[in-house]
Ligand binder design. Structure first.
Ligand code: DC
Length: 252
């Protein structure tokens, strides 16, 4: 209901008869486990936009620091390694493959040591400065973009055409994560996962620089009782109501 109200207000600003937009940035922010990456990727595919997973950049910076053996509290060293890595994406793959120093880096990003350390590393101001600058540059070079993270609507793309904030209870998010892990044959403790997510939310929201925060003009979607398809449908509907797209649509 709430997002419907916001949508109709914004439709007034952007008449449907406008020509297809060559600049269209859609941001999706929210805590871990709300399905932002999968939703963002599918939304981009349906709308014919490119997709930027900024969490992958923080994970890559973390992996690089761990692998180089530098202290994860040494922000100049961590930021220096990220700068030197010159992160790029190969936009020909789906999802785009993250390259560091020209080499694919994806395989390492979801390892447990990286997942455990990334929230702390992503609080380092010097690192955020490097990655935010890079993300803005990517946005300038790929101006038809769905960008997903924690600070995309608030810091990186404050002028984004449409901002979403996905939310779900920690319990629901833990159950989703457990289902994913069970698929790969791993043992799971839902209570521990819920606690882990809760801790990560607190750390992501409490940091001084680029905290997880709902942008004031974001459309909030509680995904707790929605399926993946329902969430993507909802977002797609909002975007199509507000802008003119020239790319072929995956949906109706
Ligand atoms: O979305 P994810 O789980 O891959 O994100 C990994 C970590 O990176 C998470 O702890 C939050 C952080 N992050 C961030 O601080 N800012 C972003 N724009 C994206 C992710």
């Amino acid at each position: 209901m709430k997002d419907q109200m916001i949508v109709s207000k914004q439709v007034g600003r952007t008449p449907r008869s406008t020509p297809p937009q060559d600049h269209l940035i859609v941001t999706i922010d929210g805590p871990a486990g709300t399905g932002k990456s999968s939703v963002g990727r599918m939304l981009a595919l349906r709308l014919g936009l490119e997709f930027l997973d900024t969490g992958a950049m923080y994970r890559a910076a973390t992996a690089r620091a761990i692998d180089a053996g530098v202290s994860l509290e040494d922000e100049d060293a961590v930021a220096g390694l990220a700068l030197e890595a010159d992160f790029h994406f190969d936009w020909q793959t789906d999802p785009p493959t993250l390259l560091a120093g020209g080499k694919p880096y994806d395989a390492r990003l979801r390892d447990d040591d990286v997942t455990r350390a990334v929230s702390g590393v992503s609080a380092l101001a010097a690192l955020r400065e490097v990655l935010v600058r890079k993300q803005k540059l990517i946005g300038a070079q790929h101006p038809r973009l769905v960008s997903e993270g924690r600070d995309q609507g608030s810091v990186v793309f404050p002028d984004a055409n449409i901002k979403f904030y996905l939310h779900a209870s920690a319990r629901v998010r833990a159950e989703r994560r457990a289902a994913q892990l069970q698929e790969t044959g791993r043992a799971v403790d839902i209570d521990a996962l819920e606690q882990e997510l809760d801790d990560r939310d607190r750390s992501d929201a409490g940091r001084a620089v680029g905290p997880l925060k709902k942008p004031e003009d974001a459309i909030v979607i509680d995904t707790s009782s929605l399926s993946f398809e329902e969430v993507v449908d909802k977002l797609e509907k909002v975007v199509r109501a507000q802008v003119t797209l020239d790319a072929p649509a995956g949906g109706e």
